[in-house]
Design a protein around this ligand. Sequence first.
Ligand SMILES: Cc1ncc(COP(=O)(O)O)c(C=O)c1O
Length: 357
Amino acid sequence: MKKIIYPKTPQFLDRNESQTGPAPAVYTFLKTVSLDHLSWYSRDFQSGIKSRLSKKIADDFGFDEKQVILSYGSEDLLKQIIHCYIGPGEKILIPREAWWYYKRVASERGGLNVEYPMVKGVTDGIASYLYDVDHMITIYKREKPKVVVIASPNNPTGNRIDSQDLKRFLDVCRDTIVMIDEAYWGFGSTENAYVKPYIDEYPNLIICRTFSKFFGLAGSRIGFAFAGKNLGELIEFATRYLGYNRISERLGEIALDNVKYYTKVGKQYARDKEMMYREFSKLKGFTPYKSYANFILVDMPKEIRPELKKYLTERNLFIKFLDEEAFRTEARISLGTKEQNTMLVRAIKDFCRTHPY
Ligand SMILES: Cc1ncc(COP(=O)(O)O)c(C=O)c1O
């Protein structure tokens, strides 16, 4: 087997950022940035709309522009929702196996977390985490949270909520504000047709998206959300009357017009995830989990983690060894280029071969 030539600079496969970058049209635009992009507000005063980007998103999805909220990424959207609706002692219901910021945000307002657990199962023959909607409903009825967060796909487990389950849950909590965090939209499917019917049917629902992940624009800090008709208070609270970053908004528009490019990248990720499921399943004590995102969660023997971390770090390969209550033995690997993914898998296999456990 050919010797692996490790990179000279750190390869960050631990942060769920894109290693392939945004569509070429994004760079083409950046070469043309002019006075108006830098010196003018993004609010479109002339035509009476919030901005070109929110109008485009509204038109693409069939909404009134009012129902589209822009933000500095979906981190910002979550913060806005919580700061708008949660007061001291009020509860938010969040997944237990989830992004750390869900657990932090309510405390910014003196709010309280209530967690619902995911369960383990199998999806398409691969181990997976699953939403347990019956359990979620039980907890919801008992705790009466003011806001519920559902992440689909979820970070770091990579699973998504089944649409029947989601409907069943939303039917039960019609009076509660439900945020669906779709930060990792696009990697499992580029379906959009459900957004309008859901937002129309559930007036307390907010579906949040971002340009950071699928569209590879995390550095430009821009996201968007669709808000149900009862969420006027949030729409008011979140609106920035002078707009967001004009360049970022333009990048967002370009990204939305280049879904074909991103779908191609997504297909490469899908092939590499298949390779990872296959290869990690062969390693003693390893369990890869089915992922609909740009990362994959892998369970591994606890005792090899410190040595493996050292081994990879010395070779400039960084993956995220989770170390929190819900994850003591798992690592999350962000997908990179085909070359990076192949190198990482080979490095882990080499480690396992040369460090018997
Ligand atoms: C589940 C989830 N939601 C939201 C975000 C925030 O993304 P951004 O603020 O870049 O849109 C992240 C970031 O990693 C995430 O994992």
